[in-house]
Design a protein around this ligand. Structure first.
Ligand SMILES: O=c1ccn([C@@H]2O[C@H](COP(=O)(O)O)[C@@H](O)[C@H]2O)c(=O)[nH]1
Length: 308
């Protein structure tokens, strides 16, 4: 799957990911009204609204982008219908040729991690039959429980040719509370980065490993150090746009080959129609506003990379 991700990035010339984080407050009124007319103001109605919202955004952007990152929390909040909308979203994006990164941030004791890995990346055996439950291409993993919490995900990736992005240095303001703590003089995020590089060694695609890392755009200096520690790991970079990250902050997340990083923006793309810069589109044309925001993001990152 890492090869498909790289091929899609080369084809689109866009090292970006559109984050599908559909909060109801981002879904324009006309979409919500239509969904509630059919399903009522219910969990089913909300799930229909976020699915129709996603579909419109995907239809307006899929040809420009290599990948999407649905954030599972945004679907879980609507219970079982929300998770059905998550699955519909995953399947539709794959039909459109996109790589799907499930932002699930899971990780537990080994047996429980194995079940998460089966549900999101693998296949489950039921009697004589086997099913692929959610079938994302990559998922995000929280490594706090250590290698026995991560290994079950790696095992499923090896069997199914899928991939991981392991949290190394997150983009949020308090990420340093634990992640920056020094252990024998080295910050914890660097130690985790070293482990990601080691896990990745036995999981190589052609140029890059399918075991990648998450490093926030909001910490460019740390991104630069981590790039050197994990030269063969793809870095998923959240924090662009709504959290303040800009193209110029990101150049050192990339390798000299122009590859090695993929930058996520969620609210900045899917709720673009609410921003002044895209207000001319209005809520009726929110998909077109998202397309314009994707084009602007690609131009920002490309010009930063060209002038480095
Ligand atoms: O360090 C991290 C890890 C994950 N995220 C997720 O990325 C998106 C960011 O959304 P924006 O609207 O572009 O800010 C969201 O799904 C987070 O859960 C992150 O922000 N930082």
């Amino acid at each position: 799957m890492i090869q498909k991700l790289i091929a899609n990035i080369k084809k689109t010339n866009a090292p970006i990911v559109v984050g599908l984080d559909p909060m109801l407050s981002y879904v324009p009124e006309q979409v919500q009204k239509k969904a509630y007319a059919e399903f009522g103001e219910t969990l089913e109605g909300a799930a229909e609204a976020i699915w129709q919202f996603n579909k419109e955004i995907i239809d307006h952007t899929y040809d420009l982008i290599p990948a999407v990152k649905p954030q599972v929390a945004m679907y879980e909040q609507f219970g079982v219908p929300g998770m059905a909308a998550f699955k519909k979203t995953v399947d539709y994006c794959k039909e459109k040729g996109l790589v799907v990164i499930g932002d699930i941030k899971r990780g537990d004791i080994g047996s429980t991690s194995a079940a998460y890995a089966t549900g999101h990346l693998g296949r489950v055996q039921i009697g004589s039959k086997s099913y692929v439950p959610f079938d994302e291409d990559f998922v995000t993993v929280n490594p706090y429980l250590g290698s026995d919490g991560v290994n079950p995900f790696i095992d499923v990736c090896k069997e199914e040719k899928k991939g991981l992005f392991i949290l190394v240095k997150t983009s949020n303001p308090s990420s340093g509370e634990f992640q920056d703590q020094l252990i024998d003089g080295k910050p914890l995020y660097e130690l985790v980065g070293e482990r990601v590089a080691q896990w990745g060694e036995s999981c190589m695609g052609e140029e890059y490993s399918y075991i990648g890392a998450v490093v926030g755009a909001t910490y460019p200096e740390m991104g630069k150090a981590l790039r050197k520690i994990m030269p063969k790991s793809y870095i998923l970079v959240p924090g662009y746009g709504a959290q303040g990250g800009k193209g110029k902050d990101l150049v050192h997340f990339f390798n000299e080959d122009g590859l090695g990083a993929i930058v996520n923006s969620s609210r900045g793309i899917i709720a673009a129609y609410k921003q002044e810069a895209y207000a001319k589109f209005g809520p009726e044309h929110f998909g077109e506003a998202s397309r314009a925001a994707v084009e602007a993001m690609v131009a920002d990152i490309s010009s930063a990379l060209e002038s480095r």
